[in-house]
Design a protein around this ligand. Structure first.
Ligand SMILES: NC(=O)c1ccc[n+]([C@@H]2O[C@H](COP(=O)([O-])OP(=O)(O)OC[C@H]3O[C@@H](n4cnc5c(N)ncnc54)[C@H](O)[C@@H]3O)[C@@H](O)[C@H]2O)c1
Length: 294
């Protein structure tokens, strides 16, 4: 049990992929969970299940009743999940509405889902390369799509909410998050097409670890608005990271060498502030990168 035992937590987007795992996890640590989603999910088991829109002031006000902690996950989670206008406005208005109301009510802590896309790398329409490896939270961004822009904006909203109302906010930059079965499917594809993973630094996270990182984001002793990459320690490609970088990012500076399948993302910040380390890693072989890929 953690300090969340018996405390009320609002999870927006609780009916979604990360939301379902988060609600399950928070139930397990004894929290009383309220969910706010715009769709029903018969498998969702929460203390209070609300159907509504996170852009609505009234819906969010009702959902925040008796709430002490907020987890904001509701979003259109891909550039093609709606029109550019819908993806951008639903995401940024929802995050503003949830954090502004939580802050104004004096709620002390929120966790929001940012994304590795806040870097602008994965969906950028141009042939760009990152400034360096390993990525860290100071990596220069290069935004070329509305979903990534919404996530970058959400991180700014978090900083504003803390500055204005003193609500501590943890923004977690998730990579692709999924079940072990789906992650293994992606790993099979990475084995065939390792080039396609470069713009995500070949990173991934199991949904159960996403939920665990959210719990730590709610409970770790901290003060302020933080952004953390939250990924597994290893890559989703069955090749040595150094070989992948030699082949697909040859001109990109490497600030340190990488061991085996170590993910080329610096996880120092989340490890030292939240104490997070993924507990569910993919068991992949480390193969030689095929010569035609070099
Ligand atoms: N799954 C990933 O790989 C991944 C990676 C990086 C970041 N994220 C972020 O994590 C969060 C959760 O992602 P997910 O994979 O669980 O997505 P998901 O699509 O499975 O879940 C999101 C939920 O939010 C709900 N929603 C959308 N708009 C809403 C609105 N206006 N009002 C109320 N509910 C609304 C949807 O109905 C859905 O149930 C999102 O913010 C996403 O951008 C996800």
């Amino acid at each position: 049990m953690t300090e969340l035992n018996g405390r009320r937590v609002l999870v927006t987007g609780g009916a979604g992929r990360i939301g379902m795992a988060t609600v399950r996890h928070l139930n397990e640590v004894g929290a009383r969970v309220t969910t706010l989603s715009d769709v029903e999910n018969p498998d969702l088991k929460a203390d209070r299940v609300l159907i509504g829109d996170t852009r609505s002031e009234a819906d969010v006000a009702a959902a925040l009743d008796e709430v002490e902690y907020v987890v904001h996950l509701a979003a259109l989670a891909h550039p093609s999940a709606g029109t550019p206008y819908d993806v951008y406005t639903i995401n940024v208005v929802s995050t503003f509405n949830v954090l502004a109301q939580a802050g104004a009510r004096g709620i002390r802590r929120a966790v929001i889902a940012s994304s590795i896309n806040a870097t602008g790398m994965p969906f950028n329409p141009h042939d760009i390369k990152p400034a360096y490896f390993p990525w860290d939270e100071r990596l220069p961004t290069d935004i070329g799509d509305w979903y990534s822009l919404s996530k970058q904006n959400d991180e700014n909203t978090a900083r504003m909410a803390w500055r204005r109302w003193g609500i501590d906010v943890v923004a977690l930059r998730f990579p692709h998050v999924n079940s072990p079965t789906e992650l293994h499917r992606i790993a099979d594809r990475m084995r065939e097409e390792p080039r396609s993973g470069m713009r995500e630094a070949w990173s991934y996270l199991d949904t159960r670890d996403a939920a665990y990182s959210i719990e730590l984001g709610l409970t770790a002793p901290l003060f302020g608005a933080y952004t953390f990459f939250a990924t597994a320690d290893t890559t989703i490609a069955p090749y040595p990271t150094e070989a992948l970088l030699d082949a697909y990012a040859p001109g990109v500076p490497r600030l340190r060498p990488f061991v085996g399948r170590e993910v080329p993302i610096d996880l120092t910040a989340i490890r030292s502030v939240l104490g997070f380390q993924a507990r569910h890693e993919l068991d992949l072989p480390t193969l030689d990168l095929p010569a035609q890929e070099l």
